[in-house]
Design a protein around this ligand. Structure first.
Ligand code: ZN
Length: 308
């Protein structure tokens, strides 16, 4: 509001209050002429408060600071969301830490942690994919794969190539994809096979239920170390490449999704070979903040088991 308008309004209100006050005292004075009932005397000790009409019709004041606190209202965020550039969205928030803070505070309604098209999707035993038969819109194969590894979302395959090249350049050996995208139908077959062979409890421990696997997003990569020949996923954690990825993977947008001691939060025992792509800005914030689960990073409840 312009200062002059405020001043004018204050003067107007002041005058109105003075006028009403004068009228009130006149009305009260006129009553002095007749006999005064006892109730009126009591009422006189508790004066009525009369609000001038102008005071009740003041326009509500919108603070500029409140509008700025909604990052989703920023044009840069809206444009990046529409363009599908998830790193650009995070940068428009002011970086990964600011993005995380806004999401956990509930002040970023345009960010849906259940959207499987986005780098920030969180899938676990309590958060199935939506739709449950989701498939990525693009696929690509990394340069290094083992037989039957499949593919990843195209940009994630390229990020894995950069990760592998950097690990090799650092002397830790190359990293190959052992298992990437798995469709809903594939997971149905895998899971029902495990249940048939080992029963429900053991089957659940070995394989995600259909629609609950991060691999269905195209953002998850089970990897192996290839120094000379390639190893298997179970030995990856003990290799130089495994140690290198745990320390530097964030620089290429990857986190180790299931770390030791977090089974009660993630629902999975440690899997040093299961990398999850979340993009460089978010992985940087994840690393810098010292987080060890995506649930903790986004302030979500633990998901140790399937509900019901
Ligand atoms: Zn995996």
């Amino acid at each position: 509001m312009h200062p002059r308008v405020v001043l004018l309004l204050s003067v107007t209100i002041g005058l109105a209050v003075a006028l009403i006050g004068a009228l009130w005292s006149l009305a009260d004075g006129s009553a002095q002429h007749g006999p005064r009932p006892a109730t009126a005397a009591a009422a006189a000790t508790a004066p009525k408060i009369v609000m001038p009409a102008a005071a009740t019709s003041l326009p509500a004041v919108r603070l500029r600071a409140v509008a700025a606190a909604d990052p989703c209202a920023q044009p840069a965020v809206q444009q990046a969301l529409a363009a599908g550039g998830d790193d650009a969205v995070v940068e428009a928030f002011g970086g990964g830490a600011a993005f995380r803070a806004a999401v956990t505070a509930g002040s970023a309604p345009c960010i849906d942690l259940a959207d499987p098209r986005r780098d920030w999707v969180v899938v676990n035993k309590a958060r199935p994919l939506n739709p449950v038969t989701f498939a990525p819109s693009s696929f690509g194969e990394p340069a290094l794969t083992v037989d039957g590894a499949g593919s990843l979302r195209a940009d994630v395959a390229q990020a894995l190539d950069r990760l592998s090249a950097a690990a090799d350049a650092a002397g830790a050996g190359s990293i190959a994809l052992a298992s990437g995208y798995r469709s809903y139908d594939t997971q149905v077959q895998t899971y029902s096979g495990q249940i048939a062979e080992y029963g429900q409890a053991q089957g659940d421990a070995l394989s995600a239920r259909p629609g609950h696997s991060e691999h269905q997003t195209g953002l998850a990569a089970d990897v192996v170390s290839c120094a000379g020949g390639c190893g298997d996923i179970d030995s990856f954690g003990g290799t130089a490449a495994g140690a290198w990825v745990a320390q530097y993977g964030w620089q290429y947008g990857f986190i180790v999704r299931y770390t030791p001691g977090q089974t009660e939060v993630t629902g999975y025992d440690a899997e040093p070979w299961h990398l999850r792509y979340i993009g460089v800005p978010l992985a940087t914030a994840y690393h810098d903040g010292g987080y060890s689960t995506l649930e903790q990073f986004f302030g979500l409840p633990p998901a140790p088991a399937y509900p019901g």
